[in-house]
Design a protein around this ligand. Structure first.
Ligand code: FAD
Length: 527
């Protein structure tokens, strides 16, 4: 069958298959017929979509973190779900299987989407081949079927055309649906609507056994819950059905400043306690952050404060060391300015922010959701986007957040003077998460997401790594039972500790859905 190919394709196929043979460690004197006959799906289906081009391999060896580097043997540029399944099947059936990592948008920071000596599946190529059909809104507007490779930015654009939108987002929209559903997908909406993994009706998944399975809470539910927050360990998400709601037109966006951490967290907790999905009195978004940089109250993640107020905010930061910024949003459509102001005043009544330090904006819903993009554009123009990102994201139980403020924000970060760049701190409710999913969160009903989203230079990264290490050590010694979000560990014991009571299930699911440990080796859990 191979000989009937046009000559150039035939030679390409031979080349690629010999490449695959070398990946799986089969000696070159095997011929194609031998290999094909051993497989239930002929490898020639994907052979011409595998690339060993140095630039493709180099790009698959890097991520947003600019810290890790793992070089794959080849990169698959799939044009269909079947291409990906064929590749996984080829490895699964091989006597010496190779690992397969799916690269969504490569916005991990520690090599999680890489595959040393394996094959990286470049999901961007699926997007190209779907030719605009990757996001389909149902005729009743209640959900969208979205390819795992799609960016949330594109999901927003496509659904908005129908007057609808998802309800749970990330702060930054240039992340893939498969990438965020493999973690959790959190932002200021999480306290009310749950993380993105709590907002999925069903998925199509290619397991580590190369089976293409549709799963939901009712159908193949074990796989459904495994994959959500599953760090890519159990299957490759090729489609997710996402619930939609009518899209708001505009948002009232407010920031308030505090110098007292306990007042700041008390107010945040009060606001997230009103969290019914249909509750008109609830806010639509609650976040918070630290202002520590005496140079400017704005950072790359957002330019919010009116320039005329920069000076007085900066002098607050200079006086107090840290200022805490509470950020909230209320969606609105056609309300008059008066009604809206009244509603907002009612919602924020009794909060203890510093008088005179409330700032507000009214912007389009899409502009608010895509607020981080302008920061990216600015950083790119200065060559400051593709730099190391030694990020640390933690979930901290509410009962210890004050200790965390004293020990980490004041005790470590201020002392070390690593104060440039966003540090987020905002609460969420455990009840909005589903414990059957693989994602790991603290045991308490309210816990805080704390994100140190810092950029370093190529020469001074060590200082940032040391700070992260000190933070983790402090929490350990102080008995603060944090969980890492977007976790990164270098030993199996650390992973077992991370998953805690979920470890047994996690491991069983791995044996069930990816028994040969092919998928997502860059997480370094089983590989
Ligand atoms: P990748 O980095 O490509 O992949 C991440 C992991 O998921 C890998 O293990 C990969 O193999 C696996 N994977 C990717 N696609 C699939 C798939 N289709 N099926 C199965 N497994 C898959 N996170 C938040 O929750 N909230 C935020 O507000 C937020 N903001 C961010 C802002 C920036 C600027 C950046 C860089 C990251 C941010 N993140 C945020 C983190 C982000 O959600 C994760 O890093 C996410 O994994 C990135 O998505 P990606 O498509 O780039 O995934």
């Amino acid at each position: 069958m191979a000989v009937s190919l046009p000559l150039p394709s035939y030679f390409t196929a031979i080349f690629i298959i010999s490449r695959l043979m070398s990946i799986v460690g089969i000696s070159k004197h095997w011929n194609i017929m031998n290999i094909s006959s051993k497989l239930s799906v002929p490898p020639l289906d994907v052979a011409d979509k595998l690339s060993v081009d140095p630039s493709a391999v180099e790009s698959a060896s890097r991520d947003f973190g600019h810290i890790a580097k793992s070089v794959p043997k080849a990169v698959l540029h799939p044009s269909s779900v079947e291409d990906i399944a064929t590749l996984v099947k080829f490895s699964y059936n091989s006597s010496v299987p190779f690992t397969v990592a799916v690269k969504g948008h490569g916005h991990s920071v520690r090599g999680q989407a890489m595959a040393e000596n394996g094959v990286v599946v470049d999901m961007a190529s699926m997007k190209k081949h779907r030719n605009g059909t990757g996001i389909r809104v149902s005729s009743d507007g209640l959900y969208a079927d979205v390819g795992g490779e799609q960016l949330w930015f594109d999901v927003l654009n496509a659904t908005s055309k129908h007057g609808v939108a998802p309800v749970s987002w990330t702060d930054y929209l240039y992340l893939t649906v498969g990438g965020t559903l493999s973690n959790a997908g959190i932002s200021g909406q999480t306290f009310r609507f749950g993380p993105q993994i709590s907002n999925v009706y069903e998925m199509d998944v290619i397991t580590g056994k190369a089976e293409i399975v549709t799963c939901s809470p009712k159908k193949n539910s074990e796989l459904f819950y495994a994959v959500l927050g599953g760090l890519g360990q159990f299957g490759i998400i090729t489609r997710a059905r996402i619930p939609l709601e009518p899209a708001p037109k505009r948002v009232k966006w407010v920031r308030m400043l505090y110098n007292d951490f306990s007042a700041f967290t008390r107010d945040q907790e009060l606001l997230v306690s009103i969290n019914g999905r249909r509750d008109r009195n609830a806010l639509d978004y609650v976040e918070g952050s630290l202002l520590m940089d005496q140079g400017s109250p704005d950072n790359w993640r957002s330019s919010f404060f009116p320039p005329k107020d920069h000076k007085r905010i900066t002098s607050l930061i200079t006086n107090h060391g840290i200022i805490y910024c509470l950020e909230v949003v209320k969606h609105h459509d056609d309300q008059s300015e008066d009604t809206l102001d009244k509603e907002m005043r009612q919602l924020l009544k009794g909060l203890s922010y510093m008088p005179g330090f409330m700032f507000e904006k009214d912007v389009l819903y899409a502009e608010f959701l895509n607020r981080v993009e302008s920061g990216e554009v600015k950083l790119r123009s200065k060559g400051l986007w593709d730099v190391p990102h030694p990020w640390l994201n933690l979930f901290v139980p509410k009962s210890r957040i004050a200790d965390f403020n004293d020990g980490v924000f004041k005790g470590i970060v201020l002392k070390r003077n690593i104060t440039k760049g966003p540090v987020l701190v905002y609460p969420m409710n455990r009840q909005k998460w589903d414990d059957r999913m693989s994602a790991v969160i603290p045991d308490e009903e309210i816990f805080y997401a704390v994100g140190f989203l810092l950029s370093s230079g190529f020469d001074d990264r060590e200082a940032f790594d040391d700070q992260n290490e000190e933070i983790l050590q402090f929490c350990d010694e102080a008995g603060i039972r944090i969980k890492q979000y977007l976790p990164h560990f270098t030993s199996k014991d650390a992973w077992i500790h991370h998953f805690g009571s979920k470890w047994e299930t996690f491991q069983q699911r791995k044996h069930q859905f990816d028994p040969k440990m092919l998928l997502s080796p860059g997480q370094r859990i089983f590989n």
